[in-house]
Design a protein around this ligand. Structure first.
Ligand code: HEC
Length: 100
């Protein structure tokens, strides 16, 4: 019974991304990302993608994919490896809030 409930709860928490995210907490976590992606989410070096203004849902999906290896990139895998789902949602909400 409990086992069957877990995936349902995981989906429910994904659906809650927009409401639950904490932009201030995301900004604090994003300090580690600024060296490549820029302090305001605009990267100075074109080798690094801009994160400012991208949809939060997309950013979470990208971070999850790096973490699982579905999107293969050693540097990004290392960067998101220790982030929880909640951290990712907060970071994504922070970057979404920034101007492109
Ligand atoms: C050492 C440089 C570096 C650091 C630090 C870094 N990234 Fe990245 N990031 C990259 C590179 C390079 C890519 C492009 C990788 C690829 O080709 O998929 C990328 C891609 C991404 C993407 C996908 C963007 C897109 O448009 O698809 C996201 C989201 C992202 N990074 C989030 C983060 C977060 C969050 C942090 C901090 C926890 C972080 N990155 C720290 C270098 C970095």
């Amino acid at each position: 019974m409990t086992r069957k409930l877990i995936p349902v709860l995981a989906l429910a928490s994904l659906a809650g991304i927009a409401n639950a995210a904490d932009i201030a907490a995301g900004k604090a976590k994003a300090a580690a990302c600024a060296g490549c992606h820029g302090a305001d989410g605009i990267a100075a070096n074109p080798a690094y993608p801009n994160l400012a203004g991208q949809h939060a849902q997309y950013l979470v999906a990208a971070m999850q994919a790096y973490k699982t290896g579905a999107r293969n990139h050693a540097v990004m895998k290392a960067m998101v490896g220790s982030l929880s789902d909640e951290d990712m949602e907060n970071i994504a909400a922070y970057y979404e809030s920034l101007k492109k």
